[in-house]
Design a protein around this ligand. Structure first.
Ligand code: NAD
Ligand code: ZN
Ligand code: ZN
Length: 347
């Protein structure tokens, strides 16, 4: 089968032929319906060897949905043809985080050669994806796998970030979403659907803030020298209750720290590797700072339930597998409205 693979660090991935994997005991083979292109893959392509503990080569694509193709010996609970979303973070199963059901923050991930399919293990930018256990599958109900693929990361990650911030997200309060791309657009929808907060979306792109407005952001700000003052003004100069940074550059973290109010919360999701000082006078008093990582399996089921009810949906642009490189180019150039999804059997 064809697969879009990272063969070496800091080299463009390539489309090549690989063997179709055979599911072993407990494993399941999924025929990929859609594999989303995440900005984290762009970081992955740029990072030098050793930045993450994964061994190359591996097939990209950690945001996957499709249909069950074949169950390995002893694998139960699903039948061939079932439409499924694939839960992405595959933890060690034994650390404190994993036994609490939070494989998204597995304490051993840096000691393991993969974090999930597409992140060290072979991912979904191929015709088939080998999943280690059926418990990583969530039934899709009536959802189309192409539309559902982004739910597993672009949907799940902001959902987890929002749910963990629930105590600070009171009706009438103000939440700020910095970076209204694949994840940020879903964050706006999730905030609008599950909290009573007012939402301000901030992006460098006018097109993106327009999309965020259509998805439920009451206020939009195009990044510029006045962004901080403009957003603070929305809450009578007091700043925001929760600021979500879906970029994570120095500049966006500085903006986020300048926007959060005392007793507020700054949630970093973007992997831009920026930093801000942390000190007594450097952040608002009693403001929580959190790095948020992906989401849990039950949260993925909840994200899918929101999508099944028509409350949450990703703006999808499809690309055939042969054009996976173009999907990432479009993401890199900021040319997408929402998420690029690679569709192995068409697009
Ligand atoms: P994306 O490219 O679809 O969206 C990024 C958005 O940020 C774009 O709309 C872009 O215009 C905007 N942007 C860029 N620079 C900006 C700036 N200085 N100020 C304001 N807006 C700016 O990316 P994505 O797939 O949504 O991913 C977003 C980030 O989240 C990436 O860094 C990715 O690696 C990270 N990520 C983290 C997790 C996690 O578990 N923490 C999971 C998935 C993705
Ligand atoms: Zn991702
Ligand atoms: Zn673990």
């Amino acid at each position: 089968m064809k697969a879009f693979r990272l063969l070496a660090w800091q080299r463009p991935p390539e489309l090549m032929d690989v063997e179709v994997p055979e599911p072993g005991p407990g494993q399941v083979l999924v025929r990929v319906g859609g594999a989303g292109a995440c900005h984290s893959d762009l970081h992955l392509m740029e990072w030098p060897e050793g930045r993450v503990p994964f061994q190359v080569p591996f097939t990209l694509g950690h945001e996957n949905a499709g249909r069950v193709e074949k169950l390995g010996p002893g694998a139960t609970g699903f039948a061939p043809g079932d439409p499924v979303a694939v839960y992405g973070p595959w933890g060690c199963g034994a650390c404190g985080a994993c036994i609490r059901g939070m494989e998204n923050v597995c304490e051993n991930w840096r000691r393991r050669p993969f974090r999930g399919g597409g992140l060290g293990a072979d991912g979904g930018m191929a015709e088939y994806l080998l999943v280690p256990a059926t418990r990583y599958l969530v039934p899709l109900g009536g959802l189309d796998p192409v539309q559902a693929a982004p739910l597993t990361d672009a949907g799940l990650t902001p959902y987890h970030a929002v749910r963990a911030s629930a105590p600070a997200l009171r009706p009438g309060g103000l939440a700020v979403v910095i970076g209204a791309g694949g994840l940020g657009q879903m964050a706006v929808q999730i905030l609008a659907a599950t909290t009573g907060v007012r939402i301000a979306a901030v992006d460098v792109s006018e097109e993106r803030v327009r999309v965020a407005k259509a998805m439920g952001a009451e206020h939009t700000v195009v990044t510029g020298p006045d962004a901080r003052a403009q957003v603070r003004e929305l809450n009578g100069g007091r700043g925001a209750d929760v600021v979500f940074d879906f970029v994570g550059a120095d500049s966006t973290l500085q903006l986020a720290a300048g926007l959060a109010r005392p007793l507020g919360r700054l949630v970093l999701v973007g992997a831009g590797e920026g930093t801000i000082p942390f000190g007594f006078s450097a952040v608002p008093q009693e403001c929580e700072l959190v790095v948020s990582s992906w989401g849990t399996l039950p949260e993925l089921a909840e994200v899918i339930a929101l999508a099944e009810r028509g409350i949450l949906h990703a703006q999808v642009t499809t690309f055939p597998l042969e054009r996976a490189a173009d999907a990432y180019d479009a993401l890199r150039r900021g040319a997408l409205t929402g998420r690029a999804v690679v569709v192995p059997d068409g697009g």
